[in-house]
Design a protein around this ligand. Structure first.
Ligand code: GDP
Ligand code: IMO
Ligand code: MG
Length: 423
């Protein structure tokens, strides 16, 4: 398969993990390039369910190489737990996983700062996953981060950690939080570092050599386009570049090696956390929650839900250069008689065909909907395009037309076999 970047084209949780798992079959290498364990990627294989946070979803196919790239922020204790948990579920993890030396680390003070900042913001909070992601990327940008390469050098790690704990404890105390113990963190992190040492590598060189020898790479995006630090609904975003460009900086693979970009979308819209969601709709949220769906894979929070927003996905197609769409969760709309699609916004008597950048204005946008008939039957049994009801195919065609991307893959259920090409 061509070297492919897969991105979430909405606000995360589009079903990226599931599509990665399907596409990995035709790829040699799967790379995570940004985000951290704020991600939760669910993959069902047979009766088993896996939720991946830092480990690429490709790990479920043991013959493939999985890479945690330089752009990821890694909580090493959490990574060791995740690897242990996966091994307990029978997943083989050994030489099939490598971790970049230059990935930055997440520390307990990052998590505490994340929590404290959210408390201070009160009703203006972002609704983060409290995994310390923002403060960890903040340290990276401020050049005060500590990296994997430091963790596997205990002397240097002790020195850097001592400096960081001293500075952060001062700050945490001014916020009213308890100071952290250097000894405890140092012991815990060095022990995790020892466990991770066999995985640590210069992943840039490894990826270049692999590509040179004809191997194909699949870049597993985390979060979604509108959580991107530059292109998302700032400040209600995460702290990394979740869009296609982030895959290059976060892996060291140059843009001209990328041959294809896939955008994953749900057949409707969801968002966890705060911030604008123009097509949010109570009825569709109740419908999906009553089906036991749309609860966060990382925090268990109920996701906010709405109709499909073509304005949003059209923008995602633009900033990521999406060639084709993978549409998941079509079965969530099985019982909806008339399906609405947001095709533009309206605010203060003015129509917007693109998302306004002013966050307050976006928050006040009213969706302009077009309606299409639902299919009112279960699509979960369909195994190819021709087995989908005509109304479902029409809905998909409508989405493609309104967003300007081709249809690539269709997903009608969580299972591997419930995915097929749109042809
Ligand atoms: P990710 O973060 O983008 O990997 O998505 P999550 O795993 O957080 O959330 C997507 C949810 O939708 C998971 O529970 C998946 O198992 C589920 N899922 C993915 N595709 C489908 C589908 O076509 N139908 C149904 N019913 N569930 C799906
Ligand atoms: P996957 O990869 C959905 C959201 C949080 C919050 C905002 C900032 O599973 O799609 P952070 O902890 O990153 O500082 O939180 O981003 N968020 C996600 N929402 N899916 C995710 O990942 C997310 N990762 C972060 O809810 O609104
Ligand atoms: Mg998720």
């Amino acid at each position: 398969m061509a070297n492919t970047i897969l991105v979430g084209a909405q606000w995360g949780d589009e079903g990226k993990g599931k599509i990665i798992d399907v596409l990995t079959e035709k790829s040699d290498i799967v790379v995570r390039t940004q985000g951290g364990n704020n991600a939760g990627h669910t993959v069902h294989v047979g009766e088993k369910k896996y939720v991946l946070h830092l480990v690429p979803s490709g790990i479920l196919r043991p013959e493939k190489l999985c890479v945690i790239g330089n752009g990821v922020v890694v909580d090493p204790v959490s990574l060791v737990d995740e690897i242990d948990g996966l091994r307990k579920l029978g997943v083989e993890i050994g030489e099939n996983l490598i971790l970049s030396e230059t990935a930055h680390l997440v520390f307990p003070y990052h998590r505490l700062l994340d929590e404290q900042r959210e408390l201070k913001k009160a009703k203006n909070k972002i609704g983060t996953t409290k995994r310390g992601i923002g403060p960890a990327y903040g340290d990276k940008a401020a050049r005060t981060g500590v990296r994997v390469i430091d963790l596997v050098n205990p002397d240097r790690f002790r020195r850097l950690l001592a400096e960081r704990i001293e500075e952060n404890n001062e700050f945490l105390q001014t916020l009213g939080a308890e100071p952290l113990s250097f000894d405890e963190i140092c012991e815990q992190y060095l022990s995790a570092g020892e466990e991770l040492t066999p995985f640590v590598e210069n992943t840039v060189v490894r990826l270049h050599e692999a590509i040179k020898s004809g191997k194909s790479v699949l870049f597993e995006g985390a979060q979604g386009t509108f959580l991107d630090l530059d292109h998302g609904t700032y400040p209600f975003v995460t702290s990394s570049n979740t869009t296609a460009g982030g895959a290059c900086t976060g892996s060291g693979v140059p843009p001209h090696r990328i041959e294809r970009v896939i955008g994953v979308i749900k057949a409707y819209t969801t968002r966890v956390g705060e911030g604008p969601l123009p097509s949010e709709n109570r009825e569709i949220a109740d419908l999906l929650h009553d089906m036991g769906r749309e609860f966060g894979a990382t925090t268990g929070r109920p996701r906010r839900c709405g109709w499909f927003d073509a304005v949003v996905v059209k923008q995602a197609v633009m900033v990521n250069g999406i060639d084709d769409l993978a549409v998941t969760n079509l079965d969530g709309l099985d019982t909806v008689e008339r399906i609405k699609v947001c095709v533009a916004y309206q605010v203060d008597g003015k129509r917007y065909d693109y998302m306004p950048n002013d966050i307050d204005l976006l928050g006040r946008c009213q969706p302009i909907y077009e309606e299409v008939p639902g299919w009112m039957t279960s699509v979960g049994e369909a195994r190819c395009w021709s087995e989908l009801p005509q109304a479902t195919r029409d809905y998909l065609g409508f989405i493609a037309e309104k967003t300007g991307a081709a249809l690539g893959l269709i997903s009608v259920g969580p299972g591997r076999d419930q995915t097929f090409p749109a042809e």
